[in-house]
Write a protein that binds this ligand. Structure first.
Ligand code: CAA
Length: 257
């Protein structure tokens, strides 16, 4: 399958999705959203695929939603058409998606990276929510996910001033899990994705689901949810295999059931 605005490549059990609108620094227009949803849902449905990496170019992961596409729209277009609601389908993907961010991740770019399960940053990465400078606000979850990721003080300052955070600050603040040399970012992200794709598939989905539950529940509800899912995993063949493999000092061979 070929797309207009993204490149999709399979590397064994890993799907690499590259945003590919270099002329607009990967600005996210409606076509990017349509392509992205199609590719990510195909990845999620494909049993041979275990983890995805979403990346951009060395200059820009994505410089935001496409300002030129939005500039003439009014309330009826935005509210009536529920603009950006399609991005909920990105977060509905059940297998892990890693964001490999080099260069600018601004506005919708930062928001898209935060929709992924974790962010690996190149040394040159820059994160920001500069919508305030355009007279608007984040619209793809930035005010909510940034506040949860880095806390109120930094989120509020970034949303109110449009200040960018570099990779080192983003790592200190907990927005990114690791910083890598920019030239090695994608290969390292692919290695991490391959590691995840080599784990028991149901346990991977369950781990993703329970960490995400931490952002939607009270602590007591989250712990109860985790415990029930942990109990349920003992109904899988892969739990028997994983624990037998440990005792027999050999790698586990997963069935995905
Ligand atoms: N939308 C549309 N086009 C964009 C874009 C965007 N978000 N960001 C960059 N581009 C385009 C530029 O218009 C330019 O196109 P032309 O050559 O046709 O003029 C091209 O990409 C290259 O950009 P620059 O010449 O500006 O590159 P630069 O290196 O000088 O600057 C930058 C890079 C600092 C990232 C600058 O491009 C910039 O500030 N971009 C906008 C960032 C922004 O405001 N993002 C938020 C968008 S709103 C949003 O995302 C809402 C939301 O919550 C979802």
């Amino acid at each position: 399958m070929t797309y207009e605005t993204i490149l999709v490549e399979r590397r064994g059990p890993v799907t690499l999705v590259t945003l590919n609108r270099p002329q607009a620094l990967n600005a996210l227009n409606s076509q990017v959203l349509a392509d992205l949803i199609h590719a990510l849902e195909a990845f999620d449905a494909d049993e041979s695929q275990g983890c995805a990496v979403l990346t951009g170019s060395e200059k820009a992961f994505a410089a935001g939603a496409d300002i030129k596409e939005m500039s003439t729209k009014g309330f009826a277009d935005m509210y009536g058409g529920n603009f950006f609601a399609g991005y909920d389908r990105v977060t509905a993907v059940r297998k892990p998606v890693i964001a490999a961010v080099a260069g600018y991740a601004l506005g919708g770019g930062c928001e898209l990276a935060m929709m992924c399960d974790f962010i690996l940053a190149g040394e040159n990465a820059k994160f920001g929510q500069p919508e305030i400078k355009l007279g608007v606000t984040p619209g793809m979850g930035g005010s909510q996910r940034l506040a949860r990721a880095v806390g109120k003080a930094k989120a509020m300052e970034m949303c109110l001033t449009g200040r960018m955070m570099d990779a080192a600050e983003a790592e200190r603040a907990g927005l990114v899990s690791r910083i890598l040399p920019t030239a090695e970012l994608v290969e390292e992200a692919l290695k991490t994705a391959e590691l995840i794709a080599g784990m028991a598939p149901l346990a991977v989905k369950a781990n993703k689901e329970m960490v995400n539950a931490a952002f939607e529940t009270t602590l007591a509800q989250g712990i109860a949810f985790e415990r029930r899912l942990f109990h349920a995993i003992f109904g899988t063949e892969d739990q028997k295999e994983g624990m037998a493999a440990f005792v027999e000092k050999r790698p586990g061979v997963w069935k995905g059931r």
